[in-house]
Structures are given as C-alpha cells and as structure tokens.
Design a protein around this ligand. Structure first.
Ligand SMILES: Nc1ncnc2c1ncn2[C@@H]1O[C@H](COP(=O)(O)OP(=O)(O)O)[C@@H](O)[C@H]1O
Ligand SMILES: [Mg+2]
Length: 335
C-alpha cells in the first residue's frame, strides 16, 4: 500500500440557511487516497459533490459549517485548524481546489502570470517575479500550454485553453491533493479530452500526488481515475475500482447512473444516462432508511424503515444496500 495522501473519516458538514434551517449535504463521508492515485466522485446534481469538495479543504465560511469528522492530509489533521491557518498553510500547496466553473471566475482583466504570482506569493513572498516567470514557463511547456498565454488576459483565451490554464495555475505549487470539481463538464469534446490528458500528465509527472475528480457523468471517470465513489443525498453509496464501477455496478443507484450502453472493447461509448425516475431528496428533510429507496425499483418496505448496511467485499469494494451482492446480481441477471 502506498503512502496515504488524504484520509477522511466520517466527515459531516451542513449549510445553515437564512431561515436557520440545516441542510446536511455531507453526511458521514469517509475516503482514502494513496500517493499516485486518483479518485472519481459521481452523482446527479444536488447530491452534495461540490459541498464535499469544499468541505474537504477544511476551509469553512458561512453558510457552510463543519459538524464532525477528520480530514488528514499526508498525516496532518486539518479539520480543527483555524481558517487563516488553512488558507496560509494548506490551500494551494497541500490541497489545491478547482471550483466548478472556475474558468469563468478568472478576473478577465488580469494577466495570467499575475494569477500565478498571487498563488505563489500567498505562500512564499520571497520568490522574485523573474523566478516565478521561469517556473511558470517551464511548467506550461511541460503541460503543453503555449508560453505566450502567460502574458494574456483570461478574456483572450478560448474556453478549453482557459480551463487548462486554470488547472496549471492551481497546481503550480505541486499540491499533495488536487480536488477538481467538474473540470471538463462545460467544455466541448475535444477540449474535454485535452483537460483530461492534462490531469493525467500532472499525476504522471508528479506535479500532483493525488487527485479527486468530480463529475455528474459517471462513465467519464473510467479513463481518468483509479477508483470511483458514487454519492447520493450526502452519502457514499458505493466505492469500487473504476473498472468494476463502470462495467459491474452493484448499487441500484450506480447502475442507474451508468446507463445501459457499454461497448467493452472501446471503453464506454455513447453513454446516455438512463433516466432514473424522480429526483434526489431535499436534504433539509432527508428520508428515513435508505435515501434512494423512493426511487429504487427493488426497494422493499424495510428499505424505507432501516438504514442500509455498508457491505465491504474482500477486494475493498464497498456498497450500502440491504440487498446482498448475490441477490443484486440475481435481480440484474433477470432483467
Ligand atoms: N449555499 C447553500 N445553502 C443551502 N443549501 C445549499 C447551498 N449550496 C448547496 N446547497 C444544497 O446542498 C445540496 C448539495 O449541493 P451541491 O453540493 O452543490 O451538489 P452537487 O455538486 O452534487 O450538484 C443541494 O441539496 C443544495 O440545495
Ligand atoms: Mg456541483
């Protein structure tokens, strides 16, 4: 087993709305990522993926609040740390975070090199502009980005180039964990492929030591990540290797997310999402028992009354459902 870069134990966080209501968007999430590994997180819109990404940084501001649990980055527990320390000592160099739609948030009138100076100076005021430029130039070249981008403004870049630039800026300090929230979702297919290639390059070249890739498109993760977790209503319902999750999903929700069109020789092609009837529950009032039960065609009255057990299989695969692996395989085989 490799060195553990990120370990999260039973993390719970919540939003407190203007009307003082609690929204339990991350409700007991645990995960582990080893050095050199990438983890995908998939789930429909509203399942809590972005909230999980924010929560993992240990940097909380209203309306999001930490409730309980541990976040351990390369052996250091950051969950009780004060926000100033997290900002100064963790963000950027230990954990880098690329928020959803990050490319649209770049100040359009600032030169790209200035963003890089900001990231570096937040941690190391002593580095000269010349050294920063040289470092950025080298990193951009290795990642296949043209050097002249450094002197451009965000507004001058195409969507795909802007997104790759954002990723290069965010990872300039070679963080231990990169958390990328839907980094390719807003892009055309060609740009999407380039972004994914760049994320893989960052891992292979050791500029990031581990990665979390979040998307609502489960099949996309097959080519990007080692393991995949599926999130539903603030909880993880299944964790498996990318291959098992994509070709042999066990939890009925993962199975629904995978859709039906799979061409094994070519990986996943034409991945249409099978519409799962209904919508995720409102997290202000999550249902009793299995949160997916209302939408699950196999649910029994027990599912709505009892929390599902989490079953861990010998190969480390895990899923939360009242049905045994054998029973699940049996019902799928009979469809
Ligand atoms: N600022 C907020 N205040 C209250 N609730 C929020 C806020 N942001 C998100 N939520 C709720 O948290 C849940 C998870 O949202 P989010 O993490 O954005 O999901 P995802 O990224 O999977 O689409 C949703 O039910 C959403 O309504
Ligand atoms: Mg999101």
């Amino acid at each position: 087993m490799g060195k553990i870069m990120l370990e999260v134990k039973d993390l719970k966080t919540k939003y407190i709305t203007r009307f003082h209501e609690d929204v339990y968007s991350v409700d007991g999430v645990s995960l582990t990522i080893e050095e050199g590994k990438s983890l995908g997180i998939a789930g429909e819109s509203g399942c809590g993926k972005s909230t999980l990404a924010l929560s993992l940084m240990g940097y909380y501001f209203a309306p999001l609040h930490y409730v309980s649990g541990d976040i351990i980055v390369d052996g250091r527990n950051i969950s009780g740390m004060n926000p100033d320390d997290v900002r100064k000592n963790i963000l950027g160099n230990e954990i880098a975070y690329i928020p959803q739609a990050a490319m649209n948030a770049l100040n359009p009138t600032q030169k790209i090199i200035r963003f890089i100076e900001d990231v570096i100076h937040a941690h190391d005021k002593s580095m000269s502009k010349k050294d920063i430029y040289d470092m950025a130039k080298e990193r951009f070249a290795i990642l296949g980005l043209p050097e002249d981008v450094l002197q451009k403004h965000a507004v001058e870049l195409s969507g795909g180039m802007k997104q790759r630039t954002v990723i290069a800026i965010s990872t300039i300090l070679s963080p231990k964990v990169l958390i990328a929230d839907e980094p390719s979702s807003a892009l055309d297919v060609t740009s999407q492929k380039m972004v994914i290639k760049m994320m893989r390059d960052l891992m292979e070249k050791g500029y990031i030591k581990s990665m979390i890739f979040i998307t609502h498109e489960l099949p996309l993760l097959y080519n990007v990540t080692d393991d995949i977790m599926v999130m539903y209503a603030g909880r993880i319902v299944e964790k498996a290797s990318a291959k098992d999750m994509v070709f042999d999903p066990l939890h009925p929700y993962s199975k629904g997310l995978m859709g039906s069109i799979i061409v094994p020789e070519e990986g996943v092609r034409d991945h249409k999402l099978t519409a799962i009837p209904g919508t995720p529950p409102n997290l202000k009032h999550p249902p009793e028992g299995c949160r997916f039960a209302d939408r699950c065609k196999y649910a029994t009255p027990t599912c709505k009354a009892m929390d599902p057990q989490t079953i861990e299989l010998p190969n480390g695969r895990m899923y939360s459902c009242l049905m045994s692996e054998r029973k699940l395989r049996e019902v799928y085989a009979n469809e």
